[in-house]
Design a protein around this ligand. Structure first.
Ligand code: PLP
Length: 374
């Protein structure tokens, strides 16, 4: 049987033809495809301004510049995320302040945020891990009460919603990623959604070297922008993905449903919350009962691989990486993130799978666990 990876992008022939057409067109960097991609994204986001970028990390970096984060400022975030979420804070010269996760949702524990706020706190960066949205009502109630900005790291939650409203269509600044493994991909890419039109001009400058072009052919630079623009090659992929995003999300949801039907709950693994309203099912993650197992997570992954199934790890807790230990973080500070981060694995879930694949994964987990429980 074919190897089943934990994820794989779904790209149709029409998209491949559109990319070829861009390559033949004579214009391959930012141009009409980027504009069309942004217009469609903006339409999905209730008409809010959207700027396409070359990564989700870049979207977070630009967001931090738009809210004028300064050295010494503190930014509250979760320790259980892709390290980009915290690296951008460090790179901006600010201090990441981690708040432990809720072990059920695996997202930042909103009950713990207020205790972490100090006079230096400027912003919160929540992460919708695996596409499960953080409670936006409570999040914005806390942010508004303390006059904090919010940069939603929605890298994993494109196509997810909160109480019927698409993530990105409301709230403060929102950053999406279109990395190859995300629910909507451009190979590499991302976008930022702005809350209103007031900072479009600054965002455009930050995206490309601070340049403002004048109609007479001249230009001016009054801010040090970066290099964050998306190519038309990538935007053509994104436009092809947008034609299918609703069906992708529905298919992911159906596969997740099937996991709940077929997963043997007697193995002691923790399943994700059964959220079929808001989540885009970016990942299907289980937490292994390591304390009851005779093999490590690494050995579990190796045995799954031997059965033809790819398993991912998303993610080790950020505060225990050497860079963050160097900033003073240590073991035991965020016990839920540490336990979940040690035992979490991502099982295959992508639109190209069918229900038989889900059953095959469940059978393989059962087989590996039967030989691994003490
Ligand atoms: C993917 C991801 C990012 C970064 O996106 P890139 O496009 O890879 O730069 C940031 N945060 C989270 C939670 C992610 O999953």
């Amino acid at each position: 049987m074919d190897f089943l990876p934990f994820t794989r992008p779904t790209l149709d022939e029409a998209t491949i033809a559109d990319v070829a057409a861009v390559l033949r067109s004579g214009w391959i960097t930012s141009g009409p495809k980027v504009q069309a991609f942004e217009a469609q994204l903006s339409e999905m986001m209730a008409g809010r301004p959207v700027r396409a970028l070359n990564s989700g990390t870049g979207a977070l970096e630009i967001a931090l510049r738009l809210i004028d984060i300064q050295p010494g400022d503190e930014v509250i975030t979760t320790p259980l995320s892709w390290v980009a979420t915290a690296n951008v804070i460090v790179l901006a010269g600010a201090r990441p302040v981690f708040v432990d996760i809720d072990p059920v949702t695996r997202n930042i524990d909103l009950n713990l945020i207020e205790a972490a706020i100090t006079p230096r706190t400027r912003a919160i960066i929540p992460v919708d891990l695996a596409g499960l949205p953080v409670d936006r009502d409570r999040l914005y109630a806390i942010a508004n009460a303390h006059q904090l900005r919010v940069i939603e790291d929605a890298a994993q939650s494109f196509g997810a919603s909160w109480q019927g409203k698409p993530i990105g269509s409301f709230g403060d600044l929102v950053a999406f990623s279109f990395h190859a493994n995300k629910n909507l991909t451009t190979g590499e890419g991302g976008c930022i959604v702005l809350p209103d039109a007031s900072q479009i001009a600054l965002c455009d400058k930050l995206r490309l070297q601070g340049v403002v072009r004048h109609p007479d052919g001249g230009m001016e630079v009054d801010v040090a922008g970066g290099k964050y623009n998306l190519t038309d090659i990538a935007a053509a992929i994104g436009l092809g993905q947008l034609r299918h995003i609703e069906e992708f999300t529905l298919h992911r949801r159906a596969l997740a449903w099937h996991y709940f039907d077929f997963f043997n709950t007697e193995l002691g693994c923790e399943l994700p919350p059964e959220n079929f309203d808001d989540s885009n099912w970016h990942m299907f993650q289980i937490v292994l009962p390591l304390d009851k197992m005779t093999i490590s997570r690494g050995e579990f992954i190796a045995r799954m691989k031997a059965l033809g199934i790819g398993v991912g790890v998303h993610y080790p807790p950020i505060h225990l990486f050497a860079l963050y230990r160097g900033l003073g973080f240590t073991d035991g500070q965020f016990p839920h993130a540490e336990r979940v981060g040690a035992g979490i694995v991502s099982l295959p879930l992508f639109p190209g799978m069918d229900e038989d694949d889900v059953e095959r994964v469940c059978a393989a987990v059962s087989e590996v666990m039967r030989g691994a429980l003490a």
